[in-house]
Ligand binder design. Sequence first.
Ligand code: LLP
Length: 447
Amino acid sequence: MYLHGTMRINRKGHLEIGGCDVVDLAAEFGTPLYIFDEWEIRKNCRSYVQAFKKYYPNSETIYAGKTFLTTAMCKIIEEEGLGLDVVSGGELYTALKAGFPANRIYFHGNNKTPEEIILALDNGVGRIIVDNFVELRMLNQICQEKNVNAKIMIRVTPGIKPQTHSYIQTGQLDSKFGFGLSNGQALAAVKEILKMPNLSLMGLHCHIGSQIFSMESYRVATEIMVDFLQTIRVECGIVLKELNMGGGLGIRYTSEDQPSTIDQHVETIASALKNRAEKHNFPLPKLIDEPGRSIVATAGSTIYTVGTIKEIPGIRKYVAVDGGMCDNPRPALYNAKYEAIVANKANQFPQETVSIAGKCCESGDMLIWDIELPTLETGDILLVSCTGAYNYSMASNYNRIAKPAVVLVNNGKADIIVKRETYEDLLRNDVIPERLLNKDRVLSEAL
Ligand code: LLP
């Protein structure tokens, strides 16, 4: 397995992250456990900040909170000087509770409710990214009623279909997100906004998809967006000053993946923007980037304890762990591939090919098919790497399995940033109606 961030193998032959022995972490905090390498998160944030400083200083990097958001994560993002993209009242509430500066929050989403919009307005979020006409008119009405002004951007679908899983392609015209460019809806939205005195249109947003390797898609998308800025200038007589190119930079999950670097990604967008703006003699806008996965994916790992092992002679050896699709739905949803290492046998050579199964009640609950590992025994600690993005945030309580704890490691220190769920937590919102508690009840009454 590729060793990401501060991972190393110590003298005991155990895997270490952030100076903490992973076997000790399993003993102290239990498994399954999400481990986040603080150094790696900060390093990735700084790579974005530095690349923008180098190629396009008038810029802002905002972290896409949907990837992994907790109050501690908000603190790290704030300290690194990034903004924050939220997509729901829950994410917004998390950020506000963590004391994240509201003016650095960008509020996205294709179906914001009136309550969410009011929460955003009342707390003074920096930008609302309007996704469609219904939202636009609702936002305008709420602003009028409250007699407030909202700074907005509009989300545009530039008509790009990058190479990635179809569930995470978002730039094409046939998408639930954004105003279509090629069918004139985006321009119609701009014209409508200009008649709405309570809304200030600050700029344009697009997001073409996620886990993207080809920088060519970004170059083309940037050119299309700058062309649209120019169209708006010609058609409406206004010069928009902000361009948000979304997130989506891919990362290396396995040796099959060959992503571009953060530097290459930023350089591509910055140079496409500068060249195209020059062509139109368009004043350079502020450039905003919205990475999620490329900030946290490689910083996160999940550790499990090996439980049952089932060998079907001549066919396959299934090794089951104490988590699965409930803490990592990505293999089942997107056929995502992961690498793993046996944390207590980190210096041993692979001996056999096994498949790692979860403990949920369905055959699709497989974390890794056909991986070569040292001989596994019940009680071994298996670490799956690159689980920092869209694992904790997409975890479920399927089969009433409690969600793992999240621990942040750095310089030999390990701190819980999300406590492990308990059985009590699982029952917290369950209610038994009075009539089901009546012992004298005749069952036939219920029918
Ligand atoms: N901005 C917007 C508007 C987005 O919709 C997203 C991701 C991002 C930024 C961040 O994209 P990133 O840099 O993380 O690729 N659950 C899927 C990924 C869904 C992505 C949703 N939008 C997965 O597990 O692969």
